[in-house]
Design a protein around this ligand. Structure first.
Ligand code: SF4
Length: 312
């Protein structure tokens, strides 16, 4: 569909939107409202800045994205009948992405830079943007995470299944949203497998720690299959693959867990809509109505720190 500029952003719900809303209302406002249209040449300076900062990433997040990329690459190779890639090849790919981002960020963290005009086209690490740098101990932690995640990926249950049991790989690229009482709900898992017995497995790779919200997130993805493809919940299995530890955690999927997930989404939608001036048109209130988080320890590592600095 052709791009059409809109004064206010389209309304939708996602698990990450819910997390941002709970974490910090001001961050939610910057991310989902102020940054809207910040890519337009004639946008206000504050919107442009919010949009730029929204596109910053951190070294740990970048590593997570790079591991997801090699996981997708590995699944595609196996799904196409190829051999399991060597660990070294995957590590080289991750290293290349991290080194590229490192070099670009160091070069672009100067004003003026092409990143300022086109933040989506470059990778900018907030460690360099804010001048914190990346210490040797962080580099060592990143190296360890990279090695552990790659090794665990290659021996993970999901990769084993694709490699040895003739499971059909359904990439989630074409998945997007399903509608829940008029709200588009984003549901894009990392991987979907179809077992030889016809059952579906919805999988998410995680490169961080285990968290209580992950099963609910998987259930949202499973609801997509149910609502858009008509797959009954009994035919769907959920799984989180924790690549740091190698633990594959099964997630319960049933009509009851769908009801729980739906109730949770509706509660979250109500909370978000209460924060709006006009919920039907998704018009936010004034910025001052979105308070800064009480947990100020998070702020130094927040991409939007520059916008809050004077108020902190
Ligand atoms: S810097 Fe702190 S208060 Fe400001 S948006 Fe980020 S987390 Fe919220």
């Amino acid at each position: 569909m052709a791009y059409q500029r809109t004064k206010y952003p389209p309304w939708s719900w996602s698990s990450s939107r819910k997390s941002t809303f709970r974490e910090c209302r001001r961050k939610y406002y910057y991310n989902y409202y102020l940054a809207h249209n910040g890519w337009e040449k004639d946008a206000g300076e504050l919107s442009k800045k919010a949009y730029r900062l929204k596109n910053l990433t951190g070294i740990h997040l970048l590593l997570g994205s790079a591991v997801h990329e090699v996981a997708e690459y590995t699944c595609k190779i196996l799904a196409g009948g190829g051999k399991l890639p060597e660990e070294k090849l995957l590590i080289d790919k991750i290293r290349y992405l991290l080194n590229q981002a490192w070099k670009d960020s160091k070069a672009l963290a100067k004003d003026p830079s092409p990143w300022m005009e086109n933040p989506k086209q470059y990778l900018m690490l907030y460690e360099f943007y804010y001048g914190y740098g990346i210490s040797e101990s962080i580099i060592e932690r990143i190296r360890k995470k990279m090695r552990d995640s790659t090794a665990n990926l290659l021996i993970s249950r999901s990769i084993n299944e694709i490699a040895s049991k003739g499971y059909e790989v359904v990439f989630a690229e074409n998945m997007d949203t399903f509608e829940l009482y008029g709200t588009p709900v984003y549901a894009i898992p990392d991987l979907v497998l179809k077992r030889p017995d016809g059952k579906w497995i919805v999988i998410d790779w995680k490169t961080g720690k285990e968290a209580v919200g992950h099963p609910a997130q998987i259930n949202v993805y499973c609801m997509y299959l149910s609502k858009k493809k008509g797959v009954p919940p009994e035919e769907i299995k959920g799984r989180v693959e924790y690549l740091l530890t190698g633990n594959a955690s099964d997630v319960e999927v049933s009509r009851d867990t769908f009801t729980e997930a739906e109730t949770d989404i509706m509660k979250s939608i109500d909370e978000m809509k209460e924060s709006l001036l006009d919920p039907d048109k998704n018009i936010p209130k004034e910025m001052s109505e979105y308070p800064l988080t009480e947990h100020r320890k998070l702020c130094r590592w927040c991409s939007f720190y520059e916008l809050c600095e004077d108020e902190l």
